[in-house]
Design a protein around this ligand. Structure first.
Ligand SMILES: *Cc1c(COP(=O)(O)O)cnc(C)c1O
Length: 384
């Protein structure tokens, strides 16, 4: 096919070619690759649950009695009591009437938005929304408006000028943004969705398990459960497992079961994954010290970097550090890698030119002494 070689060549020249790097083992805050051990700041295993003995045991037990596969989609025989038990637990955790499991966060966003909206509808999405949200909107064929990142004023301007031209409307955002660790003005978005007769959907992929008294997310922390129509999230990040869900009214769940292609046309998650997810929710409830410590570490890390004159951002366990250019982001990441840290540069097209950064994903396993040493190392490599 024409164009492939040129594309790859151009990416390589620009320093933006993406390549796979197999890790031989990871968990508990470390990653091993090419026979070397790194302190891992690129993992979404925020609470270090992927190696939790009780969650592993839950998965092993289910493997023993249910085997390795669900063998069919939910509607065609792949459904199980475990799936229903997990959905009930999620509904309760999120404070909604019901919940529906999806096989991944990508599939959830693509499958939910495309099922609920169509050609006559409109979706207002934060500029930095995850690719799966954008793909869901594209699949739905609804008109897309992107508002400036976390800018309720710009959203209101768009609603005022365009809402009346469409039938149904959705406002969608993340509650913790993966690339800048920031949080949206959720209360303002709720007010706008009410004034302009829209639904509000949030993606809590990076917030679930971490924010709120019960660890259910930012929606819980801000007391807005009643006001958010669709609360989507994943089991693949802080919950240390795999899969996704949406917490919604019974009516929306029933509608999605009947119309969401990402739900209907895909084999149900295997029982051992469901079982791990159930155990993981129990751990979130029983071990709140994990999330408390994580958020304290993140605050400490961010404040220390700023005190040293560095531009550290975010309001969560994700801490971006401004690098200014592709070259500086790459060279700082390489220098830190040489010092034994797994830290990745974030470059265009993921962020806009000029907004290149290093992204530190903190986890419960990163203890204070590790962070203190890292801060010293960052200061040294950022001076070169
Ligand atoms: C990771 C992520 C997803 C996708 O979830 P997967 O379960 O990995 O497919 C969706 N939305 C956001 C905001 C994410 O960060």
């Amino acid at each position: 096919m024409e164009g492939i070689r040129e594309f790859l060549h151009e990416r390589e020249q620009a320093g933006t070619l993406r390549v796979l790097q197999p890790v031989s083992r990871k968990g508990e805050g470390f990653a091993y690759f090419e026979n070397r051990k790194y302190i891992d700041f690129s993992s979404n295993d925020y609470l270090c649950l992927s190696s939790h003995p009780r969650i592993k045991k839950a998965a092993q037990d289910a493997l023993g009695f249910a085997g390795t596969s669900s063998s069919a989609s939910r509607l065609l025989g792949g459904d199980s009591d475990l799936h229903h038990a997990l959905e009930e637990k999620i509904a309760c955790f999120k404070g909604k009437e019901s919940a529906l499991i999806f096989n991944s966060g990508y599939q959830a966003n693509a499958g939910i938005i495309s099922a609920l909206y169509g050609r006559e509808d409109v979706v207002f999405s934060d500029r930095l929304s995850h690719a799966s949200i954008i793909d869901g909107i594209v699949l739905s064929r609804a008109k897309l408006f992107r508002f400036q990142h976390n800018d309720a004023g710009h959203l209101e301007y768009l609603l005022k000028s365009a809402r009346h031209r469409f039938k149904n409307a959705l406002i969608v955002t993340e509650t913790v943004f993966s690339m800048d660790g920031g949080r949206p003005p959720l209360k303002d978005l709720v007010d706008l969705k009410e004034s302009y007769n829209c639904r509000l959907m949030v993606d809590e992929a990076h917030a679930t398990g971490i924010f709120g008294d019960n660890g259910s997310g930012v929606v819980e922390e801000e007391g807005l459960t009643e006001n958010v129509d669709l609360i989507m999230g994943t089991f693949s990040k802080a919950l240390g497992s795999f899969g996704a869900y949406v917490a919604v009214s019974k009516e929306i769940k029933e509608y999605l079961v009947n119309t969401s292609r990402g739900f209907i046309y895909s084999t149900a998650l295997p029982p051992y994954v469901i079982s791990a997810n159930i155990a993981s929710l129990d751990i979130i409830k029983e071990e709140p010290f994990r999330r408390k410590m994580l958020l304290e570490s993140a605050e400490f890390f961010r404040r220390s970097l700023r005190r040293r004159g560095l531009e550290a951002g975010g309001a969560s366990q994700i801490v971006p550090l401004a690098a200014g250019s592709i070259r500086r982001a790459v060279s700082m990441a390489l220098s830190l890698q040489e010092r034994g840290y797994r830290v990745l540069p974030v470059r265009p097209p993921t962020v806009r030119p000029g907004e290149e950064r290093l992204r530190f994903s903190l986890t419960y396993c990163h203890k204070k002494e590790m962070l203190e040493r890292l801060i010293d190392d960052i200061c040294e490599v950022s001076n070169v």
